[in-house]
Design a protein around this ligand. Structure first.
Ligand code: GDP
Ligand code: IMO
Ligand code: MG
Length: 439
């Protein structure tokens, strides 16, 4: 048995898509468990780039079962567009993709609600992806959401949509009367989605458990990052789901006792998109250099990502919350041209070193990072596939990241392509995933 969860150990965009794609050949099934099309997972295969939002990155292998689990919120229009994009690239989706009949739906009014709520926050806006993710989860928790299964019964769907739009009109006066709350229009659009998606919709919890019991190996693909987790992230500057490893069980219906371990993905530095505290953020020319070298622009929204040095306390907090067996360090090559590199080893607040990752946003906004400065290696690591070929200063840097987070690094990524990866011989990933491979 090897059922492994992949999570982002920072604020998202760590390179989860690349690593999930890489590891997929060692697994039978890849399952998404939370989030929605707010995610943007980039996979580069022999120079060809794919950006996936809802469908697990494992789909690109062409012969793996891919599950969109119960914990995901689905915009059917975005999903159908993604299916079309993949099919146009000759990637087999039908027969490989299965979507939970219990997953909740995003409706047009969710986007309008989100826009209204972001506008109302003014300078304190979250800076969401504007995909309707938060309001869809709100409705799920308020027990007035629509689920995939509702799409399959036109009569029941009509009744639910007419009921819910009445309730919404009372709740959101600002969009009252607009086409976003026209039940006839919503019904005709969504009933057609049901017809198009019917073949994918199943009880994925049942399917996954049956497969696991029969020896299939599952890779769980997290979206967002642990610091964006609704419960444990930098609230309220978070997403509206549990992106940490614990979310994988809830979001798929697979019990914790089936899970072998969790791998965290972390960049060799840190990025964040949207609002919220970011202690190691670099607003000047160094931040700009990181953004340019790392092509740090959102895969979903195209927004420039905020960039900063590696944040030890934030990543260590992720290590604890996810009990990481291994870290994958990505984008090492982005630091190739820096003569000096800093690592944040702790936070100081009002003159005292903090022992915990602070819950209060005001505190996190005013902590001072304690930096350790190291000389850069100033030569290219791009595309290196063998640890021995790395410059010794890059090895020292990686060792420092491992010491600070108290976790081994298993893979080191030196470029966007599948092939640009170093697998550490003695690592957890090699021992548990590759060596136990019976495929
Ligand atoms: P995800 O959301 O965690 O899957 O990450 P994204 O796809 O949003 O962002 C990661 C970006 O970094 C993508 O453009 C990847 O192609 C790219 N990438 C991943 N690993 C590396 C690496 O080791 N080096 C470089 N230069 N780019 C990488
Ligand atoms: P992947 O899976 C980076 C951020 C948004 C915003 C906050 C809430 O590619 O790592 P939401 O639309 O989810 O309600 O926005 O979360 N965010 C991400 N940041 N990568 C992502 O996904 C993100 N998904 C959401 O920028 O700050
Ligand atoms: Mg991304």
């Amino acid at each position: 048995m090897a059922n492994v969860i992949i999570i982002g150990a920072q604020w998202g965009d760590e390179g989860k898509g690349k690593i999930v794609d890489l590891l997929t050949d060692q697994f039978d099934i890849v399952a998404r468990y939370q989030g929605g099309h707010n995610a943007g997972h980039t996979v580069m295969i022999n120079g060809q780039q794919f950006i996936l939002h809802l469908i697990p990155s494992g789909i690109l292998r062409g012969n793996r079962m891919c599950i969109i689990g119960t914990g995901v919120v689905i915009d059917p229009k975005a999903l159908l567009e993604e299916v079309r994009m993949l099919e146009e690239a000759n990637i087999k989706v039908r027969g490989n993709l299965f979507i939970s009949n219990r997953a909740h739906l995003i409706l047009p009014y969710h986007r309008a609600q989100e826009q209204a709520s972001e506008n109302a926050r003014g300078s304190k806006k979250i800076g969401t992806t504007a995909r309707g993710i938060g309001p869809a989860y709100e409705d799920k928790m308020a027990r007035r959401g629509l689920r995939m299964t509702d799409l399959l019964d036109p009569k029941a769907l009509k009744k639910i949509i007419f009921g819910i739009t009445e309730e919404k009109k009372r709740l959101i006066a600002s969009v009252n009367g607009s086409s976003l709350l026209d039940p006839n229009q919503i019904y005709s659009e969504y009933v057609s989605y049901g017809e198009q998606l019917r073949e994918f919709i199943v009880d994925t919890a049942f399917l996954l458990n049956e497969k696991i019991q029969n020896g299939s190996r599952v890779l769980f693909e997290g979206a967002q990052g642990t610091l964006l987790d609704i419960d444990h992230g930098t609230y309220p500057y978070v997403t509206s789901s549990n992106s940490m490893a614990g979310g994988a069980c809830v979001g798929t219906g697979v019990a914790p006792s089936w899970i072998t371990g969790t791998i965290g993905i972390a960049k060799a530095y840190t990025t964040r998109v949207g609002g919220g505290p970011f202690p190691t953020e670099l607003s000047g020319s160094i931040g700009e250099k990181l953004r340019q070298q790392g092509a740090e622009f959102g895969a979903s929204t195209g927004r420039p990502r905020r960039c900063g040095w590696f944040d030890g306390p934030a990543t260590s907090y992720s290590v604890i919350l996810n009990n990481l067996q291994a870290i994958v360090i990505t984008k090492l090559d982005v630091l190739d041209e820096f003569e000096e590199i800093q690592i944040c080893t702790g936070y100081s607040y009002r003159g005292n070193r903090l022992n915990e990752f602070p819950a209060e946003i005001k505190v996190l906004e005013s902590v001072k990072p304690i930096y350790k400065s190291i000389p850069g290696w100033t030569c290219s690591t791009a595309g290196i596939r063998n640890y021995d070929e790395l410059p010794s200063k890059a090895k020292d840097y990686l060792q420092m990241l491992s010491d600070i987070t108290k976790t081994e690094f298993s893979f080191i990524s030196t470029g966007p392509d599948r092939e640009h990866t170093i697998l550490m011989a003695d690592s957890w990933i090699n021992k548990v995933i590759y060596s136990n491979n019976h495929k």
